[in-house]
Design a protein around this ligand. Sequence first.
Ligand code: NAD
Length: 484
Amino acid sequence: MQFPELHNFIAGAFSSNGLQRFEVFSPLDGSVISTMPLSTKSDLDVAVDAAQKAFSEWSNTTIKERVQVFFRYKTLLEQNLEELATIVHIENGKTMAEARAEVAKSIELTEFACSMPQLVQGEILEVSKGVECRIERKPVGVVASIAPFNFPHMVPHWTIPNALALGNCMILKPSEMVPISASHIAQMLKEAGLPDGVFNVVNGSRETVEAICDHPGIPAVSFVGSTKVAKIVYQRATSNLKRCTALGGAKNHLIVLPDANPDMTAKDAAASMSGCAGQRCMASSAMVGVGAIDHIIEKLCEEARKIKPGENLGSVISKTAKERIERYITEAEQAGAKVLVDGRNANVPGKEGGFYVGPTVIDYVTPDMAIAKEEVFGPVLSILRAKTLEKAIEIENSSNYGNAAGVYTQSGGLARFVMEHASAGMIGVNIGVPVPREPFSFGGWNESRFGVSDITGKSSIEFWTQLKKTTTKWNPEAGINWMS
Ligand code: NAD
């Protein structure tokens, strides 16, 4: 399938005259499906200028009116779910079922933003006779959102509805690998009645991101991507005195105890490691088996073998990604790990140009191996063995990341121990992908998130607003006291 060439979306119109163009591939079959512009600093300047012009009116529109746009937008998402999911499927390579779930999550995120008037009412108190203090939440200004490739529709919705409903204007920089969804988001927000300039899309890669971090007209930067780039963006944005939340990569551990329900554990672990071809920051990519769990591993391998590339398993994003994932498997094998289910050299008839890796389960991985420590970002599950739960927690705690951790057990006490001691921001008990749903916020710990607030839910309100504190006195008879 071919898509029209892409443009930036600035002040309510698509344009990108004269910019250098970058080819966009579908990882499903390796074909070129569009081209997108590589924006420079001066293109960003134009977008920030448009957003600043729109800010005054948008931020002075009442919040109840602002959320009306998102009620209409949510309906448009629902009406166009199939088309939007198809775009995600083609540009990212995930299955249609996964793409539909991704758009459904965007709808849930939009629904949350519609509840903002109920959540940001401010505070007021008569602090001394006739004198009142009030606190209101005000938008920050023109904010930026930088997105990764793995959720082209959902990750932008982690930021767009909340930031805009709270009165900010935004520049979105989508991943250059999956820029098509962003154009449709822009078009649909306009259709929902969002005023021109409130939401802008500036396409590009590293140079565009650096320009965002340096731009004096952008006081807040939200980033989602790898830890390597999250560190660069966080350091650069904050050294330019901006507020920044930068979500990074992950290595999520699933601790499995011998009393775990074998069927549920096997099914959930296989789905967690392989969903979205393992390209999820919430994927459980390392299982830590405590004691005698061979009966569970056997079932897990049976489940993994039911996952077929090109059928219920999508492609990975690129040839480079496929080669990197297969290299991790081979190096682990050479270092003594045992490949129980091997997804290397996957071939999907009719899609020979696509980038597929089959489900892979590797046992007897040791904590010193690269596959145990680093983010593989493919449909690969490493199994590490631990004699005790304390040892399993030690392995989990030694990771630099801290996005998610999980435990499978039927014992409340042992589950509680993992809840207490795992060093991660999102914990699952008998849940393979413990993504908190709205209104609960999303965000990891350690090198999976830099900055203080989470990216969604109530926590994001802190990030997208600043507090205005006003003290008033209207009645002269209140007199003067020490704080008048
Ligand atoms: P990435 O870090 O390569 O790219 C993310 C964004 O940064 C893109 O928009 C890209 O254009 C830009 N970028 C790339 N290199 C840059 C550089 N040197 N300087 C400035 N900007 C640069 O990430 P990706 O490969 O697109 O996405 C996958 C990664 O994102 C994985 O590590 C995954 O775990 C992570 N991720 C994390 C979460 C989370 O919630 N923690 C969610 C989704 C994805």
